[in-house]
Design a binder for this molecule. Structure first.
Ligand code: NAD
Length: 259
């Protein structure tokens, strides 16, 4: 049983040891653990059992122990995990020891909401620049940031060391925006537009699509109905459909957030 402080000096190039290869599903759960740990700190806790943390993060404890073992963190028998240390380990692995600069492209309805959200700062991110193609939007100030024209992206991406680009444009413009972000040196993209982006191999893309999440919930609703015989298990013709198969875990390249 052990829980070791990350070696090297987080955030200082040249001193950071190679990170372990982590299963994508583990990476996706680490932020959940981090959020739960921060809540535990706010509630005055110093240590937490694997069961306690699993419950707070909404996962099962065996999965949590396996995830944390990938970080070399096994907790202490009878005591559990040192919360501050675990936060340090997870932040290190997620690369959150440096605040990453984010560029937001497409300052319409969604872009305004994202630009105005105050929660990114406390989670390790800084919205550093806002871009739009509409001259009527350029110059508008949101949360102390001025909306720039998308043509100025290369200059600000370099000045602000933009690491991550967020696309909140219509789908028809998203590929062109992705190309512009990549040309400006951005290698991670969060895509809100409902389309698949073609990017070079070294660029990571995550997509967020609430409609897809709702459609997945719709599948589960449908499946529950076929199992229980509640309304929903009959077609328009009134015939019975067989019970739907369960959804099995899967991973994709441009994985939707929340999967
Ligand atoms: N993922 C989700 O759950 C979710 C939810 C809501 C909206 N969306 C998607 O987010 C996107 C934005 O939605 P919205 O309601 O904010 O739309 P919107 O029309 O209000 O805003 C889009 C903005 O993008 C700008 N734009 C267009 N082309 C551009 C370009 N080439 N470069 C820079 N800016 C450009 C427009 O000028 C506009 O300000 C849409 O693709 C929409 O489908 C996704």
């Amino acid at each position: 049983m052990s829980q070791q402080r990350p070696t090297g000096t987080p955030g200082r190039a040249g001193h950071v040891p190679a990170l372990p290869d982590l299963p994508e599903a583990t990476v996706a759960r680490l932020p959940e653990y981090l959020r739960a740990l921060h809540h535990l700190i706010e509630a005055g806790h110093d240590t937490v059992s694997s069961e306690g943390l699993a419950a707070a993060a909404g996962v099962n404890s065996a999965k949590l122990r396996k995830d944390l073992s990938h970080l070399g963190s096994y907790g202490t028998r009878g005591v559990g995990y040192d919360i501050a240390l675990l936060v340090e380990q997870i932040e290190f692995v997620l690369g959150l020891t440096q605040r990453r600069a984010v560029a937001l492209v497409g300052i319409g309805n969604l872009g305004h909401a994202l630009a105005g959200y105050a929660g990114f700062g406390s989670r390790g991110f800084r919205i550093a620049a806002l871009f739009d193609a509409d001259p009527a939007r350029v110059g508008e100030e949101i949360n102390g940031l001025v909306v720039r024209h998308i043509d100025d992206l290369p200059r600000y991406a370099a000045e602000e060391s933009i690491a991550i680009g967020v696309i909140a444009t219509p789908a028809a413009a998203a590929q062109r925006v992705a190309d512009q972000l990549v040309a400006a040196g951005v290698t991670s993209i969060l895509n809100f537009a409902p389309c698949v982006l073609a990017v070079p191999e070294n660029v990571d893309v995550r997509k967020v699509d609430l409609a897809i999440e709702l459609q997945i919930l719709s599948f589960h609703e449908h499946r529950k109905a076929t199992l229980t015989g509640l309304p929903g298990n009959r077609g328009g013709s009134g015939g019975n459909f067989p019970a739907l198969p369960r959804a099995l875990p899967d991973t994709g390249t441009q994985e939707a957030v929340g999967t």
